[in-house]
Design a protein around this ligand. Sequence first.
Ligand code: ADE
Length: 222
Amino acid sequence: MRIDIITIFPEMFVGPFSESIVKRAMQKGLVEIELHDLRAHTTDKHNRVDDYAFSGGAGMVMMIEPVDNCISALKEKRHYEEVIYMSPDGEQLNQSLCNQLSLKQNIILLCGHYKGVDERIREHLITREISIGDYVLSGGELAAAVLADSLIRLIPGVLNDETSALSDSFQYGLVSPPVYTRPRIYNEWEVPAILLSGHERKIEEWKLDQAIERTRQKRPEL
Ligand code: ADE
């Protein structure tokens, strides 16, 4: 999979992509991520990426030209299945959408800023709009990092059998069962005896019961 990210703050991605699973996936060549600084695609001498809204109103609007230049340059190199605009009013991200998008070969993520982007970008250049939740971030960068992370861990070979995404919360419409590690007793708080029984079938049944019960309690809408 290849993910091209268009942003005015490429540095914001350094942390999320330089540790742990995402870092390893990049090193293994299982995902290629390229950051594109929108300012490099401006044509004026001030490298403007935003301007005042027609008819006034609060806030600046991201201009169409640099975005179009950047997306067009990318599209000359390869075919993109999705050009995604990160936006709080987009379709809300969930595991099923992650599963679907993780099968794509090449995608572009566009991070918005200010009061949004010129509507013509959304009308003509974008194939999909995704929100990571009903709250407003300062920009699309953190949302794009969340989306990228959620997709990368689903790429075959990124996780090993033990950490397999198949056992993640939400994959079967259930949250994960509780897990424990040593010590067996801490402050008189004990690990459930069943987990130490060595009885594999019963342990699996217990995990499923716990997952169902937890889902009922914490996330009944699932
Ligand atoms: N940009 C600002 N807020 C956002 C959100 N909640 N999801 C996606 N992109 C955003």
